[in-house]
Every structure is written in C-alpha cells, then in structure tokens.
Design a protein. Structure first.
Length: 232
C-alpha cells in the first residue's frame, strides 16, 4: 500500500448554500467543494498572513465534521463501490437537528462543537465507522507510530487497531476544527475573533444534519467530491 495513493473520508459537510458552510470556508480560506480560495473574515486582531498560518492545518482537510476518518482503499475495492455504499447508507437515514454550535477550545486548538450532546449525531458517526470499514486499508506502521505518539487510553489504542482511528464510538466527540494548535495567548485572541465572526454569520441556529459527504485527498488538500442527501 503506497502512501501516495488517495485517501478518502466520510464527513459531515453543511449544505453549500448554508451560512455554516460559508462561515467555515471563510475561516479556513478555502472552499473544498469548488477548490476556490475563500474571502477571509473581517479580522480585528490578526493580519491576513497570521490568520492563514494559524488555520493552515485544518485547511488541509477542509471544513468538516469527521464521521469516518481518512483511509486508503483496501486492494480490490473501488471508488465506484465506495460511492454506491455512501449513497445506500444516506438513503436509509432521515435528517435530524441538534442544538446549535459554539466556538470552543479543545486542548490547544479551536473548533465548533454542539452546545448540547446529540445522540442522533453520535449514532450517525458510529454507523459510518462500521459501515465503511470494509473499504479501509490497514494503517501502515508509520501511521500507527505517529498516532501512538499522542497520549491515548487503552480503549483508544484498541480503537486505533480495530477501526484505524482512536476517537470513535464511546470516544467520539463531534467537532469542526477551525485552527491549528495555538499557545494560550494566541488561542484567547483567536477565540474572541471567531466568536464575534460566528455571532455575525447567521450560522448559530440549530445544526441540521441532512446529508453526508465524501472527501478525497491526492497530493494537496482534501476535496469534497460528492454529497449524499438523506432519503428516509
């Protein structure tokens, strides 16, 4: 399995016309569905170059909430089969709403998180983890070693071996990443900036989940290559 082969991920992506999608693309400076750079938010505390620096890491993945973490296709499976599996999975799901989201610090980075637990979202993620695992090639030794550098619990280590990602099932916490790792002072400034921008964005209502999306990474950032509306 070559590290140069494409990676895929099943993510939650807000509808392209939604205020939430516009907010996320603006913050990260990239619309991964069109491939176009997005206008940055109106910044009071940062110059544009600094802002691009602190959002560089999440920009590689595009605005999203992880449902099935990035993976390479196992030999013998095709993108066409994965596309069909995503469509079937979505067709069997019904849209649902979670309480709104808020800008929150998670360790050293900032993200959007639901303001209350959302059981339906947890169930959706768990379903994606298992439904698409037959398409996932095992992690390479290098990828496993890199993951094990982080402080993981025994259960998270087991998840890494079984599912290719430590933060699944009981350890899943839905979030949509907005920055890379920041020191305390920079994080405080960025949090204030993002909260102001989010409050003005029109995206602070209920989180409506009505589709999943397939992302693909070749040599550059991930790109959103297909959306699958829920059909039930």
């Amino acid at each position: 399995m070559s590290a140069s082969e494409p990676r895929y991920a099943v993510y939650f992506a807000p509808p392209a016309a939604s205020a939430l999608w516009r907010f996320g693309c603006s913050v990260l400076g990239l619309d991964v569905e069109t491939g176009e750079a997005s206008s940055p938010p109106a910044l009071r505390r940062f110059d544009a170059e600094t802002w691009r620096s602190i959002t560089a890491e999440p920009r590689k993945y595009g605005f999203h909430g992880t449902l099935k973490a990035p993976f390479r296709l196992v030999p013998g499976r095709t993108v066409k089969e994965l596309d069909a599996a995503c469509a079937r999975f979505a067709q069997e799901r019904a849209r649902f709403a979670c309480a709104g989201m808020a800008v929150t610090a998670i360790g050293r980075f900032l993200a959007l998180k639901t303001v209350q637990p959302c059981t339906a979202l947890d169930r959706l993620a768990a379903g994606c983890v298992s439904a698409f695992d037959d398409f996932r090639a095992p992690l390479s030794e290098t990828e496993i070693e890199r993951r094990l550098r982080a402080p993981l619990s025994e259960r998270q280590r087991d998840n890494l071996v079984r599912w290719g990602y430590p933060y699944v099932l009981e350890d899943f916490r839905f979030h949509m990443t907005l920055t890379g790792a920041l020191d305390e002072e920079m994080r405080g400034l960025a949090e204030a900036e993002l909260r102001e921008h989010f409050a003005l964005s029109g995206a602070d209502g209920s989180l409506i989940v009505s589709e999943i999306a397939l992302y693909r990474q070749d040599e550059g950032p991930f790109r959103l290559i297909a959306r699958y509306p829920f059909g039930a």
